[in-house]
Ligand binder design. Structure first.
Ligand code: KG4
Ligand code: ZN
Length: 345
């Protein structure tokens, strides 16, 4: 079976061709970073316009790289939500049109389910039950996964997402967008113990995450310790790299501690680390060092499958194709689409 998948939920226009369950024939991502960079974050209106400009080119290159033509496709998959409504609509409309004209079935996918499926692209032997952490610019959600497609939300962020917290500090210091990779790189030069960040206590709801307190504390340090904004001309001061390293450590510790606490209630065989922030080297290392000695396998996809991409959407769509769980042409984008499990047997 051969599937063409399309993903346009935020600021990446992506298309991929999947052969059978996990063979990725092509995975093309066009990032809009340079367009949103001057604004320090994604501008929804610009994002949807750029998707319109890019989608045909990206789908064409996914087919070319896979060396397949439209007629050889067995079906299409598309991200329905959650995400930016204008961006989602571009992908959904394009996929519906293609499915109709080719007379092929269409499967709609929840973007979060795509992230949870992403480790399966490279690892075919994942043991369940698992805890699946999605850490991205828009989400910080922890799920208990009894088996693929059966999810139970265990914890979520009460305020900012982990990636959002990284992006906001980077913006406040004039370091650029997206902040996650910049902080990941610059933290190598700083001391993670230079600034103190106390971990948040959540009184009700137990395992939930919270990151906005770190941001407030960091802004206070910037003010009280006269930490300068960085501009292109200057060498990055040590106090800045110290603050970044300490902030990154606080975020990583929170993610690790909450996931570890969840194990007391939800024993598992594997931990899946997914979403753009899962590219972070300290996060990957911390999770492996913490969970592997407990006999729990930690799976983090390669960075191309961690940040937004269409291969993860195709892989998530495969079982739905097998079951014939198709969408009709009334399908519409849903900015707040909840993640739902397949019905229990
Ligand atoms: O999953 P993703 O590509 O898009 C969303 O669905 O949000 O995640 C983007 C987020 C951004 O906040 C970005 O700063 C963060 O992932 N990110 C990182 C790294 N690479 C990307 N955060 C920390 N370390 C990285 N290396
Ligand atoms: Zn994402």
């Amino acid at each position: 079976m051969r599937i063409l998948a399309i993903e346009t939920s935020c600021d990446e226009t992506a298309a991929a061709v999947l052969q059978d369950r996990t063979r990725v024939l092509s995975n093309i991502v066009s990032s809009q970073i340079s367009i949103h960079k001057p604004y320090g974050g994604v501008v929804p209106e610009l994002a949807s316009r750029e998707h319109v400009r890019q989608i045909t080119v990206i789908v064409r290159s996914a087919l070319d790289q896979a060396q397949v033509d439209l007629d050889s496709l067995d079906g299409l998959a598309v991200t329905q939500g959650p995400g930016l409504i204008g961006s989602l609509l571009v992908g959904v409309s394009f996929a519906k049109t293609l499915a109709y004209s080719l007379e092929r079935p269409l499967v709609s996918i929840n973007h979060l389910e795509g992230h949870l499926f992403s480790p399966l692209i490279e690892h075919h032997q994942i043991k369940f039950p698992a805890l699946g952490l999605i850490v991205s610019g828009g989400h910080t959600n922890l799920y208990w996964i009894s088996e693929m497609e059966k999810y139970q939300l265990v914890a979520r962020t009460r305020d900012d997402a982990a990636g959002e917290a990284l992006d906001k500090l980077s913006k406040a210091l004039g370091l650029g967008y997206p902040g996650g990779p910049i902080i990941d790189r610059l933290s190598d030069k700083g001391s993670p113990d230079a600034f103190r960040f106390s971990l948040p206590k959540i009184t009700s709801g137990g395992l939930d995450f919270s990151f906005s307190g770190f941001k407030t504390a960091a802004l206070r340090y910037i003010r009280e310790c006269s930490i300068p904004m960085v501009n292109d001309a200057c060498e990055i001061p040590q106090r800045v790299t110290d603050l970044l390293a300490s902030y990154q450590k606080a975020i990583v510790r929170t993610l690790a501690k909450r996931t570890e606490s969840a194990l007391h209630h939800y024993p598992v065989q594997s931990v899946l680390l997914t979403g753009g922030v899962a590219c972070n080297r300290l996060l990957r290392k911390t999770f492996k060092e913490l969970f592997e000695p407990m006999g729990i396998a930690v799976y983090c996809p390669s960075p191309v499958y961690t940040t937004d991409n269409a291969a993860m959407i195709a892989v998530a769509a495969f079982p739905k194709f097998e079951r014939g769980q198709f969408s009709d042409l009334k399908l519409t984008a849903d900015a707040n689409l909840p993640l739902e499990s397949v019905p229990q047997d």
